[in-house]
Design a protein around this ligand. Structure first.
Ligand code: DCP
Ligand code: MG
Ligand code: MG
Length: 362
């Protein structure tokens, strides 16, 4: 069956979020570092923006080396919990553009597959419009950019999204896959790691075209049956793996900025109310219930803090969400003195709620 798959990958994700949160970073090289317990002298680069990449900075490079390459770059520590929140909001946008709630697969904090075979009726012009709409929604709602790849299967979609970055869109129609793949080095084939790349190099194979032309029996003799056949198929752009959610347990969240940094309760609670409307709408649409509520506050000094509450049973009621989120937000207001910049609410520990009663039904 012919399929149309989209792969979306956020651009310089952690650094893009930091740029968004702090407009003074604009135009500067930004490096997000994972510091080790040896403090700032240890640690590796998590990611960096494209200005930093121009100076030769790469993910996984020691932060010290990054600093020597670009002494005037801004180095920031990883704020993983916060990036997870932004990820949850982005994933909801992506999921809402898939053929169905199930035709969605998150594969990392910043990327996902969605199937749009039905929505575009296998028309690649329509598929591109859907891709452009997704980019627009992510940009307007989350103020960060992503790159989109569209193709007849996950392998091609995944490779297409990294073809033009940042803020790119690449559409590969079935009849174009061969030409698209041919000139690529084998290491670009999604699924080929360093070890395989080296083995292939020993066999004189460096491009996908060479791999596709290689005798499958010889590949099997070196890599075994499964991998040998997979290599041959992948090199010709074949991939039958379905788009399928891996974990049912997930989270649904939304964040937004206050109009200006403030501790004004009316302003904070009315924004919280809007965010909860959005979250509960998605909870109903996905027919799930949740066992935890989390509220996040980003303060005017960019410090991020979260508070959660977990229940012993799953619920899906707006009333319970409101009660708990408001209580957590009140605690934030009591404990802090600085202005709030951005707030978020999310529900987690999701489970299918088919046939499940709401608390008010008992
Ligand atoms: N990440 C990390 N350590 C790595 C690679 C990535 O902590 N060695 C984190 C930071 C990235 C995020 O995962 O922002 C997503 O990884 P990507 O590979 O998608 O890289 P980016 O989104 O940062 O950049 P690109 O624009 O190339 O996608
Ligand atoms: Mg990315
Ligand atoms: Mg990624």
């Amino acid at each position: 069956m012919e399929r149309v798959i989209i792969h979306v990958d956020m651009d310089y994700f952690y650094a893009a979020i930091e740029e968004r949160e702090d407009p003074t970073l604009k135009g500067k090289a930004v490096v997000v570092c994972m510091y080790s317990n040896r403090g700032e002298s240890g640690g590796a680069v998590s990611t960096s923006n494209y200005i930093a990449r121009d100076a030769g900075i790469r993910s996984a490079m020691p932060c010290k080396l990054a600093k020597s390459k670009k002494p005037d770059a801004v180095f920031l520590p990883v704020r993983k919990a916060f990036y997870e929140e932004v990820s949850a909001s982005v994933m909801e946008i992506l999921r809402s553009n898939a053929d169905s709630e199930e035709a969605f697969e998150k594969i990392s904090i910043d990327e996902a597959f969605l199937e749009i075979t039905e929505s575009c009726n296998c028309d690649y012009d329509l598929a591109k419009e859907i891709g452009l709409r997704i980019k627009e929604e992510v940009k307007s709602q989350e103020r960060i950019t992503c790159s989109v790849g569209i193709g007849p299967n996950k392998l091609i979609a995944k490779m297409a999204s990294s073809f033009r970055k940042p803020d790119g869109i690449t559409v590969i129609r079935p009849e174009e896959t061969e030409d698209f793949l041919k000139p690529m080095p084998v290491k670009k084939l999604w699924g080929i790691g360093k070890v395989t790349e080296d083995k292939l190099a020993e066999m004189g194979i460096t491009t996908v075209e060479e791999l596709a032309a290689f005798d499958v029996m010889e590949l099997i003799s070196v890599f075994g049956k499964n991998k040998g056949m997979w290599l041959k198929g992948a090199a010709s752009g074949q991939d039958d793996s379905p788009v399928k959610e891996r974990t049912a347990s997930d989270q649904i969240g939304r964040m937004a900025s206050l109009k200006n940094d403030s501790r004004n309760e009316n302003m904070i609670f009315s924004l919280l109310d809007e965010l909860m409307d959005d979250v509960i709408g998605k909870v109903k649409k996905r027919k799930v219930s949740f066992r935890s509520v989390t509220v996040t506050v980003i303060f005017s000094n960019f410090k991020t803090s979260t508070k959660s509450k977990t229940f012993n049973h799953a619920v899906s009621d707006r009333e319970i969400l409101t009660e708990n989120a408001v209580e957590l937000m009140k605690q934030f207001l009591e404990e802090s003195t600085i202005n709030f910049r951005r707030i978020g609410v999310r529900v987690g520990n999701l489970q299918e709620s088919t046939g499940q009663k709401s608390l008010f039904d008992f």
